[in-house]
Design a binder for this molecule. Structure first.
Ligand code: ZN
Length: 132
């Protein structure tokens, strides 16, 4: 028992040194961990910000795409004043160009008459202009 007692203070000192070393290491690791958590949070925040930016960019792209698509009017909104002159056809178009294309493709003989008619009309108009 006496031998143990004499070495006890030395042992106690060693234990204290070891525990101090351990505590120092523990503190180092703890602060490293805190630092890592902060970096992780910064990375997560950056990631979120970039995600939001990308979302904004893709929304702008979608907007411009749908605007481009909307330029063409839907079929039911076009007022069809240009009716096909062919009997029993019943087709009507929003522009004279569309109608003449239809007539040219579907009623070839009528198209030739039709274009002749407009040609004559044009000639009459030029004559009128010449007179005045
Ligand atoms: Zn027709």
């Amino acid at each position: 028992m006496e031998m143990r007692d004499s070495s006890a203070p030395e042992k106690a000192e060693l234990i204290q040194q070891e525990s101090q070393k351990f505590y120092k290491k523990y503190c180092d690791e703890y602060y490293k961990n805190v630092h890592l958590i902060q970096r992780l949070l910064t990375a997560v925040t950056d990631n979120k910000r970039i995600e939001d930016e990308l979302k904004g960019i893709s929304e702008t792209l979608e907007d411009s795409n749908s605007k481009r698509k909307r330029r063409r009017r839907p079929a039911n909104e076009i007022s069809r004043h240009h009716k096909c002159p062919a009997i029993h056809c019943g087709k009507a178009y929003g522009s004279e160009g569309s109608l003449s294309q239809h007539v040219r493709l579907k009623h070839r003989s009528l198209y030739e008459e039709y274009s002749k008619g407009t040609l004559e009309k044009d000639q009459k108009m030029t004559k009128k202009e010449d007179l005045s």
